[in-house]
Write a protein that binds this ligand. Structure first.
Ligand SMILES: *[C@@H]1O[C@H](CO)[C@@H](O)[C@H](O)[C@H]1NC(C)=O
Ligand SMILES: *[C@@H]1O[C@H](CO)[C@@H](O)[C@H](O)[C@H]1NC(C)=O
Ligand SMILES: *[C@@H]1O[C@H](CO)[C@@H](O)[C@H](O)[C@H]1NC(C)=O
Ligand SMILES: *[C@@H]1O[C@H](CO)[C@@H](O)[C@H](O)[C@H]1NC(C)=O
Length: 789
């Protein structure tokens, strides 16, 4: 197995990496090959290079000759390799350990008695204040929310660590650390136990897998400790649960009070991501510790490729967390706007896509022909002369085939000196393009969107005067520059603009459904703010993350589903504080069924990539509305047993169920298990046109889904109604039985069935509807996504 190329973690630039999700595909490919090697036994490998494996042991069937499971693990390991050491032993995510082995040793180990599986390690990638106001968490709402047990809630963040000196971690006014907390504040380079307080209550680092793969950490460039040398982890943790900081801004942009979603909740960070990536042996160890330490919410803005749940170390880890009552919130990925680009699709986690907020950072480009275009920028510094300057397209100032992208060293200085340079978006990081233009003598940069990005504008703190422009404006700009004899431009910056409409719109980069792994489960679950978000930053690198950027900031503005995920983590902490007894599934259901899908005008939320109406494949149940989520009326709850039945429906063997859940469970031969019946707050209904399901025979195809609602409020009678996303589309008949549900007491459960009948449709067709239960006060809404394959 070839080692992954070493690349630096992308930060602000991470949204560019998706086009396409090459790294994910590569990981996926490698993983498949390794599994083949492992489990087919048909290949004999004479290879001495070692890689990391995660070994699941059948702890409850330990041979009686051992009285200590660690001795047993070690003896099994020593039977295939004298030199191998255990990196970690796992208690909660799995029974087992991780270690370095050659492929032949791994193959041998897989055959030892009591060894359930030997799973190759996978590398994950990291996928940023107006958001409280945008989410309706103004002063009044905040006060009533804070009256719950919010300060008892602990949000664990698996990320790049933390910059503890940030004011966002000020613990003024917080009571003692919750007595349930069993975690630690670990000591390491530039980090000591006194860096924790009553806000940042725990900080750990897990680097054994990373060091085993890459060699010892170079302490000159990264701290072997919980300290964040990257910025991403400080940003996500302060977004979820940072304290309020007045007068926050990035160079004056987005000024105001910066605060996390749950200002009273506690933060515990687990540094599992390093400059070379996040490794699943470390991630699993982080989840293991988080469970043991007693976190209530786990926020993971990281992702890798899709794989069957029983082979997916992170899926297995998050299952264990859910089974311990922890809500796990994950980023959906930055693979959009292409379809079927999701990561993190397990039905026991909350998968979060990204939308914009009503804030903008305008920059104005005026051309020699008098035309003016509005883009965005976070540039702060010396302004270019306010007179028209020559402008050139990078593709015309380079001999390199990728010169239009302004890749390193691609620009010919003679052709760009003293000019504005138009660079196409994509490929290398956006801020790096600016540095390339600057070092070639350019005076400013225009970042031009291609079709892939549409009108989506991500703001960056460039090191030279620069602005990002949407696709339409970019096309006109290039046409002018390529045709005018002496094209010129001027640039001006407009600071921070509030009240931008429409908002939210779905971000182009936000990963989209359908869910390739389990098509009958709709993902993402919902969207939250993820574009141009202000939150805490590291003191170790500047806001662009580039080595040439020597600026230091306490807050930075970045974008990604990495930023939307901690918003939901923090909001889940608010719900947990208000309703400590709610399960992870109940909290997710409340967030989903109260989400909104239309603007005040009644129009459906837009997709910025197309300018058209977005759909549940883009936004799931819609945009999060935390105030409504506090009082959902009814929820779709789910327990470990529901997921066990779900695995039976996937035809998992008892062995595969044990690998995924650590539980002994045999599916009943007499019971009918159906994925359609997993008690999920949304519906994905794939019709198979080719096989006749979906009406190939001319008759409508009929499928039935079952759901159970739990009353979380006062007694009430709920009526159901169904509506189509586009009123003219009535092709699928939807029948709900019964049509009325009466709840007399708290936690009372009532079931219903919904039957979908569809005529034949061409493969590739999609259509969307909503099912809503209402008692006149609450609206419990589920999206329905139909697809014909
Ligand atoms: C941000 O700064 C601008 C310009 O200085 C000012 O007009 C505005 O009121 C400030 N906004 C906040 C929320 O402090
Ligand atoms: C500039 O680039 C465009 C697009 O690649 C090309 O069509 C045009 O011929 C180039 N012009 C010059 C003068 O090289
Ligand atoms: C499970 O097996 C049954 C019976 O063979 C089949 O009808 C069903 O489609 C399978 N389910 C999945 C999810 O593969
Ligand atoms: C539910 O339907 C019944 C019967 O049509 C009606 O009397 C009742 O007012 C409805 N309730 C609500 C909340 O719409």
């Amino acid at each position: 197995m070839k080692r992954m190329p070493k690349t630096k973690l992308a930060k602000t630039q991470m949204v560019e990496q998706h086009h396409g999700d090459k790294m994910n595909m590569l990981i996926f490919g490698c993983f498949q090959i390794a599994l083949l090697l492992l489990f087919s036994g048909r290949y004999t490998i004479a290879e001495n290079t070692k890689s990391t494996y995660i070994i699941h042991m059948d702890k409850f069937n330990m041979p009686t000759s051992f009285n200590n499971h660690l001795h047993w693990y070690d003896s099994s390991l020593k039977s295939v390799s004298d030199s191998a050491e255990m990196l970690y032993t796992y208690k909660h995510v799995a029974h087992g350990f991780s270690t370095r082995l050659t492929t032949s040793e791994a193959e041998l180990l897989a055959k030892q008695p009591g060894v359930l599986s030997v799973i190759p390690e996978v590398r994950y990638e990291l996928h940023t204040t107006r958001t409280p106001e945008f989410l309706g968490l103004g002063k009044t709402a905040t006060l009533s929310l804070a009256s719950g047990k919010q300060s008892e809630v602990i949000v664990g963040v698996l990320d790049t660590g933390v910059w503890p000196e940030l004011k966002s971690f000020d613990d003024t006014g917080l009571g003692p650390v919750p007595s349930s907390w069993k975690g630690e504040c670990e000591t390491g380079k530039n980090f000591k136990p006194s860096n924790c307080n009553k806000k940042l209550i725990g900080a750990r680092f897990l680097a054994k897998g990373y060091e085993a793969a890459f060699g010892p950490i170079d302490e000159k460039t990264e701290s072997k400790s919980p300290r964040d040398d990257d910025g991403h982890g400080s940003h996500t943790s302060t977004t979820a649960a940072g304290s309020a900081v007045a007068g926050a801004s990035l160079f004056g942009f987005a000024n105001g009070t910066a605060r996390g979603m749950a200002t009273q909740a506690r933060v515990a960070t687990y540094k599992v991501c390093w400059l070379g990536g996040c490794f699943t042996s470390d991630i699993a160890a982080g989840i293991d510790k988080a469970i043991q330490d007693g976190v209530n919410i786990l926020s993971m803005s990281i992702g890798g490729g899709l794989m069957d749940y029983y082979k997916d170390t992170v899926g297995i880890g998050t299952f264990a967390a859910m089974a311990h009552g922890i809500l796990v919130s994950n980023s959906a990925g930055n693979g959009g706007p292409s379809q079927a680009t999701l990561s993190n699709v397990a039905p026991w986690i909350t998968t979060v896509g990204a939308g914009t907020i009503d804030r903008d950072f305008p920059a104005y480009i005026t051309l020699g022909n008098g035309k003016r275009y509005t883009g965005v920028s976070l540039y702060k510094g010396k302004l270019p002369p306010n007179s028209p300057l020559p402008i050139v397209y990078a593709g015309n100032a380079s001999d390199d085939s990728e010169g239009n992208l302004c890749t390193k060293g691609s620009l010919i200085p003679k052709k760009v000196t003293g000019k504005f340079v138009i660079c196409d978006r994509g490929g290398n990081p956006r801020v790096e393009k600016g540095v390339v233009v600057k070092s070639a003598g350019g005076i400013g940069m225009i970042l031009a969107n291609s079709e892939d990005y549409g009108e989506e504008l991500v703001a960056d703190s460039y090191l030279l005067p620069a602005a990002a422009l949407g696709q339409k404006a970019s096309n006109e700009l290039k046409k002018y520059v390529l045709s005018a004899p002496n094209p010129t431009a001027k640039i001006a910056f407009g600071g921070t603009q509030l009240g931008v409409q429409p908002s939210p719109v779905v971000a182009a980069f936000s990963s989209r459904g359908p869910n390739l792994l389990t098509p009958k489960i709709l993902k993402p679950d919902l969207i939250a703010p993820g574009v141009n978000i202000l939150a805490g930053w590291t003191g170790a690198v500047g806001p662009t993350g580039l080595t040439v950027d020597t600026r230091h900031v306490a807050f930075n503005i970045i974008s990604g589903t990495s930023m939307s995920c901690p918003h939901v983590s923090g909001l889940a902490a608010l719900l947990k504080g208000a309703h400590p007894e709610w399960s992870p599934a109940a909290i997710r259901s409340a967030l989903m069924t109260t989400a909104y899908r239309t603007y005040k005008t009644g129009q459906t939320i837009k997709d910025i990539a197309t300018g058209l109406q977005a759909t549940p494949f883009d936004y799931g149940a819609g945009h999060v509305d935390p105030v409504a989520a506090l009082d959902p009326g009814l929820v779709y709850d789910a327990t470990v047993d529901d997921y066990l039945n779900f695995f039976c429906a996937l035809n998992y063997t008892s062995f595969q169920i044990k690998l995924t859940t650590k539980r002994e469970f045999t599916c009943s031969k007499r019971k009918v298990y159906r994925v359609e019946d997993l008690n999920y707050p949304s519906f994905a209904v794939p019709f198979d046109t080719a096989s006749g399901l979906g009406g190939g025979s001319g008759r409508p195809a009929t499928v039935q889904y079952k759901r159970i609602l739990t009353n979380m409020g006062t007694p009430g009678t709920y009526n159901v109604s169904v509506s189509s996303q586009s009123p003219s589309d009535v092709s699928v008949q939807i029948v709900v039985q019964p049509q009325t549900l009466s709840f007399r007491e708290l936690y009372e459960k009532k079931g219903y069935t919904v039957t979908f009948s569809s005529p034949s449709k061409p493969s590739g067709t999609t259509s969307f509807a909503y099912l809503e239960w209402s008692d006149g006060k609450h609206k419990v809404t589920s999206p329905i996504a139909f697809s014909w394959t």
